[in-house]
Ligand binder design. Structure first.
Ligand SMILES: NC(=O)C1=CN([C@@H]2O[C@H](COP(=O)(O)OP(=O)(O)OC[C@H]3O[C@@H](n4cnc5c(N)ncnc54)[C@H](O)[C@@H]3O)[C@@H](O)[C@H]2O)[C@@H](O)CC1
Ligand SMILES: [K+]
Length: 289
């Protein structure tokens, strides 16, 4: 690897790495579980910290360095059901720190980025958050995303399908405390349209661009992997769709994608936190195929 430039992988390279990881003992399911659960940990940490210092002082730099220095490493993965019970045990200890249950809106697409969103939704629910999942493009279609959707269906999570209810966003009564964008990640190309565009407009109503939501009021907006509407491989400003989601934090899985390095798009990412999902890139590039 060239040490003089910041490390990144293209979306195509990411797909190859995930495939090789899956063939070499780290399943697609494990990677999704790690991505979603690590994202939940990061969100919990930032939210608790924000609450702790709310209104007292400007701590944006402290939060930045605290989060940036944290490396989120993949955990050993068990069966889907064992996760749910493990999280429930943690809930008694950690779920009661809030006098008011905080509202989380998780916008999920039908692909694997949406699958990450279901994992995050499940964990935040088990930690005592009041979670609403918005299905932007209807029910999930990828196999791991379907499994993770099935895990939240019986939980006390409100699930709203924008395909079935055109007024879904209008009917959202409360201003959320946290918004999670899990509509599109590395599988997206082009420009937002339809319900995804409506969702991005809804989210961006709350986003204040570069102003730091850790200190300002209103919901904190987290994007999983890439703010929806931005293509991961984009390197030409001409093709940037400005209706994309504008996040306060972007939680990037494994490594930055080319667009994360582009100055012209930096206003949409907020702070970037790169999160290890267990992929040993050096080894995987060298495995025999
Ligand atoms: N492959 C895996 O197992 C893993 C994937 N991960 C997550 O999965 C993401 C990639 O997942 P996918 O490859 O399923 O793709 P995405 O979930 O990013 O998006 C796929 C969907 O977007 C649609 N789409 C693409 N361009 C569009 C456009 N212009 N308008 C409307 N719809 C459009 C596609 O038809 C497809 O249905 C990553 O960013 C990451 O968040 C992580 O969970 C880690 C493991
Ligand atoms: K996203």
């Amino acid at each position: 690897m060239n040490k003089n430039r910041e490390h990144f992988v293209t979306c195509g390279q990411m797909r190859i790495l995930e495939k090789r990881a899956d063939e070499n003992g780290l399943s697609y399911y494990q990677m999704m579980e790690t991505a979603g659960s690590s994202a939940a940990e990061i969100i919990l940490e930032i939210d608790m910290y924000r609450r702790f210092i709310a209104g007292k002082e400007d701590v944006s730099d402290t939060v930045n360095s605290k989060v940036a220095e944290t490396v989120y490493v993949g955990k050993s993965i068990k069966s889907p059901k064992s996760y749910v019970s493990a999280e429930n045990k943690g809930c008694d200890e950690k779920g009661d720190w809030s006098s008011r249950r905080k509202n989380v809106l998780v916008f999920c697409g039908k692909g694997n980025n949406g699958g990450d969103g279901f994992v995050t939704a499940r964990i935040l629910c088990n930690k005592g958050y009041e979670v609403t999942v918005i299905l932007v493009d209807g029910k999930p279609v990828t196999s791991n995303s379907k499994i993770n959707f099935s895990l939240i269906e019986d939980m006390p999570i409100t699930i709203v399908d924008m395909k079935e209810n055109e007024r879904a966003l209008i009917e959202l009564r409360e201003i959320p405390d946290i918004i999670i964008d899990a509509i599109y990640g590395t599988g997206f190309q082009g420009a937002l349209n339809g319900n995804a565009l409506k969702a991005a407009i809804y989210i961006n109503n709350f986003s204040k661009g570069s102003s730091d939501s850790t200190c300002r009021g209103g919901p904190i907006i987290f994007a999983l992997d890439i703010p929806s509407g931005i293509s991961g491989d984009l390197i030409n400003e001409k093709y940037l769709d400005h209706s994309c989601v504008c996040a306060d934090y972007t939680i990037v899985f494994h490594a930055k994608k080319p667009v994360h390095l582009q100055k012209f798009a930096s206003g949409y990412f907020g702070r970037i936190v790169v999160c290890d999902i267990g992929i040993d890139e050096e080894r995987l590039w060298n495995v025999e195929i």
